[in-house]
Ligand binder design. Sequence first.
Ligand code: HEC
Length: 236
Amino acid sequence: MRYLFLLHALLVVAVISIGGIRGSKFDRPPVEIFPDMDSMDHVRAQTPSAFFADGMASREPVEGTVPIGHQLPNSPLASGAHPSLDGFTALDDSYLNTGRFGDFWGTGLPEELGLTNENIDAFLRRGQERYNIYCAICHGESGNGQGVIRFAGFANIANLHDSRYQPENYADGDFYDAITHGRGLMGAYGDKLTIRDRWAVLAWTRLLQETERGIAADDPAIRELVPETPDTASAD
Ligand code: HEC
């Protein structure tokens, strides 16, 4: 019985000493067994600080980084690119964006690309680069449909040198639409290639076709890639 009293008394002391002072305020800092990063060195914005060499507490963003919630600096559109050429989404149903004139596929490179004899080479080189990045894995660098992916078992890749894909049988607009939205087993590239780049890939592929048909790459026929006025061909 005596032990029971003693135990009870000890229990009361223990409960009061552990729980009883919770919520009370103290002047001195508490003993922190697990500090949990409760207190850290910090500075107030816009105040001086002796810590940094320039004497300012606030820091400039680290070069090459973008603070959360801020626009990417020098993104193509912010630095003057044209949304209807350098964007991914068609802004209207013009030939440039859809490859169609109303119900018909058009043929020829759209005027909006602003191609001239001076910039056509850079345009084609851009097309070649994009083609080799995005298309060659399947269609092969020459366009013959023998890209490396065949060895992984991907069959029925279109041979772009087939007569059905030649300009006289396959309108440029139709081709452009196949790149933008994909066809059959082929995925869409409208979200990976800008509008300008899709036309550049098309122009490069036409050049591959012409080369395959025996027209040398430095032939003036390449200049015909820049049409005076686009023709129209019937859509499917
Ligand atoms: C993952 C493999 C793959 C990639 C990458 C690929 N293609 Fe294809 N492409 C195919 C296959 C497969 C077909 C045949 C589609 C069908 O008929 O089902 C095809 C068909 C086509 C056609 C004919 C479409 C039609 O109207 O019948 C064109 C043109 C074409 N591709 C161009 C391109 C271009 C340009 C690129 C790069 C932007 C590209 N492809 C990237 C697999 C690919």
